[in-house]
Ligand binder design. Structure first.
Ligand code: IMP
Ligand code: MG
Length: 323
């Protein structure tokens, strides 16, 4: 079999890396389909990067096995198979032998069209939990692994910048639920965690604090944690309010920045990702209080945003399957 090189796009890369659309020498259409599936969920992959010898004669390998894909973020080899029984039997044997000979290698055999089953293994089960169908997702912007990588980087950067200091992390509820939990654990400085909640007054216009922090922040180093800075109106309001309490320093660490939408200039010290002007949900961000528990950040199809269903309609499995 011709030697194949691991795919370049899987060796890290900048935030919001483009998807790999370039033609790839797949041996089978199912492989092409699977690669497109992985690209959609922004799961990194390599095509046949490793060949494992399975049998030898006088130290020379006589049988080899190159699993179709390797997913570095999951440390998992994937062999695809069609429903043809003869193929399944042969591939099952190879996978079994691979496991016996290389016990540290994780490998699975999956059936064509059963790709979504894989997602639950990657913590993507909540697509289902949120009563969202995979086909209602327009585009995955950031995978769980991409988010985790960046949040870890931010934590390291903050830990360096605040060397010798302790921090008051102030999270703006509720979008920061998961982000703050992950960020706080990536910061290696002493800290306290406080929350505040904003209310947007539709009638009188403007923003006010509906739930305030519980401590005096005078002379403290305050790091305000936000999920997303959009127009900047909310952030500008909170920054003015907190700075009147005379903290020693006050900085912002937002996960997402929709720069294009800015109306009020705000000094955002730390930004996870700059994203295009699209409404996103997941990893804490909601649309009408829903979809916060998606592990990735995505844009939903217009039909979801335009639907007239009441907000926060939590249906159970039985109810949703009949609708
Ligand atoms: P701003 O005052 O316009 O900057 O809006 C910031 C707030 O609006 C954020 O804290 C979010 O709660 C919400 N928001 C803005 N854009 C999005 C989005 O794309 N998805 C979910 N919430 C958003
Ligand atoms: Mg919100």
């Amino acid at each position: 079999m011709a030697e194949r090189k691991p795919d370049d796009q899987s060796t890290g890369g900048p935030p919001l890396r483009p998807l790999a659309n370039d033609p790839h020498p797949f041996a089978h259409p199912a492989e092409h389909e699977f690669a497109a599936f992985l690209d959609f969920y922004r799961i990194r992959w390599q095509y046949e990067p490793t060949t494992f010898p399975l049998r030898w004669e006088e130290n020379r390998p006589t049988e080899m096995f190159s699993p179709d894909f390797y997913l570095p973020e999951q440390d998992l080899y994937v062999e695809l198979t069609t429903m043809k029984q003869s193929l399944v039997t042969r591939k099952n044997r190879k996978v079994r032998e691979l496991r016996e000979l290389y016990p540290d290698v994780n490998v699975i055999l999956i059936y064509r069209k059963n790709y979504h089953e894989l997602l639950s293994r990657f913590g993507y089960g909540s697509v289902h939990i949120t009563s969202l169908r995979p086909d209602q997702i327009e585009r995955v912007l950031l995978s769980a692994a991409e988010i985790q990588e960046r949040v870890t980087e931010l934590g390291a950067e903050i830990s360096r910048d605040y060397a010798g200091k302790s921090i008051v992390l102030v999270g703006v509820l509720k979008g920061i639920t998961f982000y703050l939990a992950d960020l706080a654990r990536a910061i290696t400085r002493p800290m306290v965690i406080e929350y505040l909640q904003l209310s947007h007054d539709v009638e009188r216009g403007g923003v006010h604090i509906s739930t305030d922090i519980n401590i005096d922040i005078r002379d403290q180093h305050v790091l305000l944690v936000e999920d997303i800075v959009n127009t900047g109106v909310s952030m500008d309001f909170v920054l003015r309010n907190l700075s009147e309490r005379h903290p020693a320093s006050l900085k912002v660490c937002t996960l997402l920045d929709k720069e294009e939408r800015r109306l009020v200039p705000v000094d955002v010290g730390y930004v996870g990702f700059t994203i295009p002007n699209e409404f996103v949900v997941g990893y804490g961000l909601d649309y009408r209080e829903l979809y916060r528990n998606l592990p990735f950040i995505c844009v939903l199809k217009r039909e979801v945003y335009e639907s007239d269903e009441p907000a926060l309609e939590l249906r159970d499995e039985a109810a949703s399957s009949t609708s």
